[in-house]
Write a protein that binds this ligand. Sequence first.
Ligand code: NAD
Ligand code: SER
Length: 311
Amino acid sequence: MSNILVVGACGQIGIELVMELRKLFGIKNVLASDIKEHCPPAIAEGEYVQLDIMDHNALAKIVNENNIKQVYLLAAMLSATAENKPLIAWDLNMQGLFNVLELAKHKKIDKVFWPSSIAVFGMNSPMNDTPQHTIMEPSTVYGISKLAGERWCEYYFKKYDVDVRSLRYPGLISYKSAPGGGTTDYAVDIFNKAVKEKKYTCYLNKDTKLPMMYMSDAIRATIEIMEASKEQIKVRSSYNLAGISLCPKDLFIEIKKKFKDFQIDYKPDFRQEIADTWPNSINDSAAKADWNWKNRIEIEEIVKKMISGFS
Ligand code: NAD
Ligand code: SER
């Protein structure tokens, strides 16, 4: 059984991914790591090690000492935070990836998962049902780093036979861990505020449609692409991954069915400009055809789960 390392394990995706990987492959086989000193209680039953992914030697030591064979690299700076710290974001998002790809190139690890994002698209990409292969001119630091990362993943696969697999995640909706500075974070905050305060001020306009997905579907997709055979993975940049397409007003209407007195107002900030360059919806027919991807959780169920999660 391969040992698995999750880097960036304390984040919105990391916590749930570690929990699921441990359920599937055993607590002893999944090592969680993050730059944070302390491990969150949700994943504290298993091994945790503090790791700055920028430190190549520390990463190599952990991989060697723990016989790590697969790395899930989640450490990154997300879109909204990255706009405020462009050069730091570029360094983290690129160097972290190179450190892992280089280990894989030298056959120290067998398989890598690295997530991309809908942020790789831009104003000149088709906004609806955005295809797998199309014009890609991201205008955010985050999107530029993700597109560059995708090109490097494909390069390492073609030149060095590095088995790296990637998904363009949509905005992810979850309650077990807080989102970490993205443009789509509103779709989590709105539930928290609905349950606790019955009102929410949204930083995106009510009609801003974006691709979104419930976390359990994203975790399932991540593990499914990693468990697929090498031959099934025909896209070595990153696969489009679609869940549902929704705007703040859609969530407001659904939440209001449960909380009649819920109120919302809209005060768009700099994140509106980012969201305006991203697709409304995504076409994921390549993922469906190549490794049988299928989204399961629709808006009604998301609302039910999120309200109950925050209550
Ligand atoms: P997050 O911000 O919630 O978590 C990132 C984690 O990385 C944090 O726990 C942070 O402490 C850690 N980290 C930061 N710098 C580090 C370093 N130098 N070394 C080690 N760890 C470090 O992010 P997330 O939402 O869990 O996203 C994980 C990945 O998925 C990122 O690559 C992100 O771009 C991608 N993604 C996320 C979403 C989403 O909606 N959450 C959507 C698309 C893509
Ligand atoms: N949810 C992410 C963000 O908003 C998309 O990659 O940054």
